[in-house]
Design a protein around this ligand. Sequence first.
Ligand code: SGN
Ligand code: CA
Length: 521
Amino acid sequence: MKPWFLLAVSACGLLSATSASAAERPNRPNLVFVFSDDHAYQAISAYGDPRKLIDTPNFDRIAREGMRFDRCLVPNSICGPSRATVLTGKYSHKNGFYNNTNSRFDGSQTTMPKLLQAAGYQTAIVGKWHLVSDPTGFDYWDILPGQGVYYNPPMIRNGQPVKRAGYVTDIITDLSLDWLKERDKSKPFLLMCHHKAPHREWSPNLKYLGHDGDRNYDLPETLFDDYSGRGKAEHEQDMTIEKTMNESDIKLKRLANLTPEQQGPWDAYYGPRNDAFRKADLKGRELVQWKYNRYLHDYLGCIKSVDESVGRILQYLDDEGLSENTLVIYASDQGFYLGEHGWFDKRWIFEESLRTPFLARWPGVIKPGSVNCDLVSNLDFAPTMLDAAGLSVPAEIQGCSLIPVFNGKTPDDWRKSFYYHYYEFPGPHSVAKHYGVVTDRYKLVYFYEPEFNYWELFDLKKDPRELKSVYGDASYADIQRELHDELARLRKSFEVPDKDAPETDLKKALPKAKAKAKTRK
Ligand code: SGN
Ligand code: CA
């Protein structure tokens, strides 16, 4: 008999149909999409990390009043590609944005904001963009150039450079709320509020320095992983707290662009702690633990502001009587490591990187307090928003509308397997190119470049931390064969070319890639 995950023939249910026509939804819903950069689901209290890292009342409010998705997977776990997927509902090989090194978004292609705009929605994007070309499909755009900075960020407002004073998360929230206040109230809207936080070098708002005292966070079980049981790529990556995390990351160095008024409280917090650290002259595991605590303190401080931003936006919707008719989505561009496997960063097909937090609220459509474990993806965001607006979903979109899932009626032919493909190598953090297939229990991965060229197979039920590949183990022979077949089927159905597109060959651009890895954008 065929295994369950091979039974599904289509990618997921209701491929091109809309779940409800525009006529059935006379009051087209508003769409509020709050997106962050590198937010680990482990850092949202609603997801229940055993370390209990932080209390996030506003993210938790969306989960309580809506749905928490426990398996939202990204097709290429890195910033630009993830954003291109959100806009297009397509894999990197279809939208042309493969990596942060040499990709440039082709803004002439069809995107979800363009379709909504053409259908009479007011559209805005505020904050992180990171797609190189100028935004298209937005009535208003006010973006950070490149990665952006945490304090006093230069921004680009509808093509014009502007300099802003203050903390970036607050600025993005203020600008988003200003746009909402000034919009044409007779039309529905799409607001994409895209935070920079908590991206590296994870600098919190000054008011959150010391937010949890000098807490020692519980350590993840795998902080001192030695990568045995896995291959060359895992051994040769460059993303460990121990070796890769640098002096700016752990605030032994001052940031470049604080005003003297901002520098005062910054020095008052970090100064004495850094002095004590230098005096202690820590080594080995003690040093890694100190860096881990400093990292989490700063990272979680950034999260506090993003949570606050969500709270302010939800409050505005309440005050204006908009909450009932608004689909609110919160997600990150990918997951992130908070010390698991000794790492920070993302890029891998492995869980902490692959799984992004995803919370959605839509009163009357989503049952409050629901939890969903289906394989969903940020590929599904564009078709979901189009469907919510009563628009038909273009056939070339590779994701699927989540509205039946919101209704608690996941179609029988919903995806049971997921295709993943990462391309940015050589590049920052040195994660080798790989692709693979993920099901609810297994993961088959291929590191396909000649100097790597090996397969791995993980059984998440027996090995949830993904510590030991069982590829080639006789007891997994059947499942291994089936996963190979499924991977081939997915590559064919998503029209993945046999050979990667020439622009993904970063070895040719190696000197540039190396320079970029060293230079802060
Ligand atoms: C920068 C960071 C990396 C990070 C990439 C991509 N280095 O290069 O740590 O992986 O961005 O991040 S830094 O020294 O500039 O901080 S992404 O979110 O844009 O994908
Ligand atoms: Ca990111």
